[in-house]
Design a protein around this ligand. Structure first.
Ligand code: SF4
Ligand code: SF4
Length: 296
């Protein structure tokens, strides 16, 4: 008899059943970013316009549809969300409807913006969370992938957030040996605590071999193909694509990882996109086999 955790053969690509809309992601700035990380899986940067910025009206429409469909939380991502000229209005619209997480590189969080965020943190109807990217505990570890000088600037941002009473999640991409395993996690937690973050949280993310990362190292290798019994039901239900969708200026896609894959576009509206999908993309291996989950 099959139990819920009985592995099933993958033939040829497993299906993920869409459960319900838990999380609605908005690609608010498309691929526009103020830096151009060497490992960025959607090749964002200051001149990257392959996915345009969303308008305030388009974001409002997506949030309204998400609310009708019962969404429980919202994520803003990009690119860099704080490059959106109407980011404050966007944050307020989202926080009136659901808990919000903003994924940011932190470089635009100056004193005034941190003060504004802290005020929202204290007074908004729903909770506000920040995720700040930092890919090493030294400049020598972080800057080769994120750009010269970014380590010092992100560390300053984290100190500023900590001083304002905010405790962002620090995300770390495992871009080099030594950044995986419990010892690295523990060391990173202590490092973040030492910056004045009272409740340090660190999220390690396996590398996605897409976008600019393909040039830095390599793409997915054919020999890394799925094993014959890779997708247990418990894994399937925990995948981001089982309970979330991402809205972009170019339509609604399976997940934040695949917004540059035309065949991952599921429709013009969230309603059209809340259906079962096949895991036919190479990057799905990173979610299934390496345990990547984009949500916090
Ligand atoms: S990884 Fe993040 S911060 Fe770096 S270029 Fe991509 S979107 Fe920008
Ligand atoms: S990349 Fe991950 S989240 Fe996206 S469709 Fe594949 S398994 Fe789902």
């Amino acid at each position: 008899m099959l139990t819920t955790d009985t592995p099933r053969p993958l033939a040829p690509a497993p299906t993920v059943r869409f459960r319900w809309l838990d999380t609605l992601w908005l690609q608010v700035t498309g691929t526009l970013c103020n830096i151009a990380c060497q490992h960025c899986f959607i090749s964002c940067g200051p001149k990257a316009d392959q996915v345009p910025m969303m308008t305030l009206a388009a974001c409002e429409e997506a949030l309204a549809e998400g609310t009708r469909l019962g969404m429980r939380e919202v994520y803003f991502t990009g690119g860099e969300p704080f490059l959106h000229p109407e980011i404050q209005a966007l944050v307020d619209r989202a926080l009136a409807l659901a808990p919000l997480t903003i994924i940011t590189n932190g470089l635009l969080l100056d004193d005034a913006r941190v003060e504004w965020l802290a005020e929202r943190f204290r007074t908004a109807r729903y909770s506000l969370d920040l995720r700040v990217s930092l890919d090493g505990m030294t400049a020598a570890q972080n800057d080769p992938v994120r750009g010269r000088g970014t380590f010092e600037r992100v560390v300053s941002c984290l100190r500023r957030l900590g001083a304002a009473g905010l405790s962002p999640v620090v995300t770390v991409v495992e871009h080099e040996t030594g950044l995986e395993g419990n010892a690295a996690r523990q060391a990173f937690l202590e490092f973040v605590r030492g910056l004045g973050i009272r409740q340090p949280r660190v999220k390690f993310l396996p590398l996605l071999r897409l976008g600019r990362e393909v040039r830095r190292t390599h793409g997915y290798e054919p020999e890394e193909a799925w094993g014959a019994h890779a997708l247990a039901a418990s894994v399937e239900s925990s995948l981001l694509c089982a309970s979330s969708r991402i809205v972009t200026a170019q339509g609604v896609f399976t997940c934040p990882i695949l917004i540059e894959k035309p065949d991952a576009r599921l429709g013009d509206s969230v309603g059209q996109a809340t259906r079962d999908i096949s895991l036919k993309w190479d990057a799905c291996r990173t979610c299934v086999l390496d345990g990547l989950r984009c949500n916090t």
